[in-house]
Design a binder for this molecule. Structure first.
Ligand code: ADP
Ligand code: MG
Length: 374
């Protein structure tokens, strides 16, 4: 166990890192953040900010010297960086897990290979593969770049091979995954924590609504049958076990009309759809990340009450700072802002969570606030 007072290292300075940092500091840890930006949500609150690229050997060596353990807050850090750090300190998640999650081709092949149901897909490395027999049955589909896509970026809806070829070229002819577009009854996600002894614990299932490929609203508990929620939690645990994962992992899933559950993607870190845990659970996903990393016992993921989380994107700042009284006048609404200095369209600036005695009440208050803010 790494005792409070020690320094925990973090690769990445985004909002997920900020919330990890705050959770760690509350428990008495110091946090050193390595991030290439002069200002970042996590770098601004960390005890130490190492200004360096993720693959900078000196920056990484500095981090390794400062920390007893290190983690990451986003999947696009080079797995090599984690591998390097692992020579000097405890690292979670492992480089190998991150390498799978950061590459859609590897991710799909891992999931399908381990027996999880996924959306029908084809791996596209050459343009000609877009018109082959395998691709033919995937239209209308979604072409997704294998590396560095997020929040719907690096994705294109494609009706047929000709359009797919144009989209593939426009995306730089990079390796891609072509997925069949599914008709979704719902989307759910489960955040799961697995510690170094292999103990696992899952947070309640979130029901997620997206807008323009970006998470918009998470509703907890998900409005799905109890058996399906149980199944989603078991799938998340099985994914973590199949990866021999150590740390906090989010498994995003599609629910089809016939009740089938497909694994969409995995994120090797806390997740936007788990932000509700900050206000609605005994232990948040960030505290759980701290606990795994420091070798502390896992905390209780139990839900205090139903909750609905709404993302605040930069678009809301089009006419200046939004009027936060619209959120705060509701005593059971909790506002979180990430301290980003510039509001750009579609940039995640913050979120709010509404707590209530029923999902319906939380949702109606959350949506009423949203309507007034917009
Ligand atoms: P990202 O890395 O941007 O989160 P996702 O693959 O999760 O990428 O896609 C973002 C969203 O787009 C999903 O949450 C879902 O709403 C929609 N989507 C993605 N793939 C499919 C699909 N095959 N069929 C239907 N909707 C999809
Ligand atoms: Mg996603």
């Amino acid at each position: 166990m790494i005792p409070p007072g020690a320094t925990l290292g973090l690769l990445g300075g985004g909002q997920l890192g900020r919330m990890f940092t705050m959770a760690a500091q509350r428990m008495g840890y110091r946090v050193a953040v390595l991030d290439p930006g002069l200002h970042s949500p996590a770098g601004d609150v960390a005890d130490e900010h190492i200004l360096a690229d993720y693959d900078d050997p000196e920056g990484l060596a500095h981090l390794a010297r400062s920390c007893a353990a290190a983690t990451t807050e986003f999947e696009n850090v080079p797995a090599e960086a984690l591998r390097f750090l692992a020579q000097y300190c405890v690292v979670s998640p492992a480089a190998d897990s991150v390498a799978v999650a950061q590459d859609r081709i590897r991710e799909k092949e891992f999931l399908a290979g381990a027996g999880f149901e996924v959306t029908p897909f084809a791996v596209i490395r050459e343009g000609t593969e877009l018109e082959g027999f395998g691709a033919g049955m995937l239209y209308p589909g979604i072409l997704k770049v294998s590396r560095f896509g997020y929040d719907g970026k690096g994705q294109a809806s494609v009706a047929g091979p000709a359009e797919a070829l144009r989209a593939w070229r426009a995306m730089g002819g990079e390796p891609c995954v072509l997925e069949k577009r599914m008709s979704l009854a719902a989307e759910v996600s489960v955040v799961v924590a697995r510690d170094f002894a292999g103990r696992v614990c899952t947070f309640p299932v979130a029901e997620n609504q997206h807008r323009h490929g970006i998470l918009d609203v998470s509703i907890v508990p998900a409005r799905v049958p109890e058996t399906l929620a149980e199944q989603a939690r078991s799938v998340a645990v099985a994914v973590a076990q199949a990866l021999d994962y150590r740390g906090v992992l989010c498994v995003e899933m599609f629910v089809l009309g016939d009740g089938r559950l497909l694994v969409n993607e995995i994120a090797p870190r806390p997740h936007n759809s788990g932000h509700y845990t900050l206000d609605a659970c005994v232990t948040s996903q960030f505290e759980q990340q701290v606990r795994v990393l420091a070798g502390l016992p896992l905390g209780d993921p139990g839900l205090h009450c139903p909750a609905v989380m709404v993302n605040l994107l930069g678009d809301l700042w089009a006419h200046g700072e939004p009027d936060w009284r619209l959120v705060l006048e509701h005593p059971r609404a909790k506002l979180h802002l990430y301290g980003k200095r510039e509001a750009r369209p579609r940039r995640k600036m913050g979120h709010y969570t509404v707590l209530a005695d029923s999902v319906e009440a939380a949702l109606s208050t959350a949506l009423a606030i949203k309507e007034r803010l917009e």
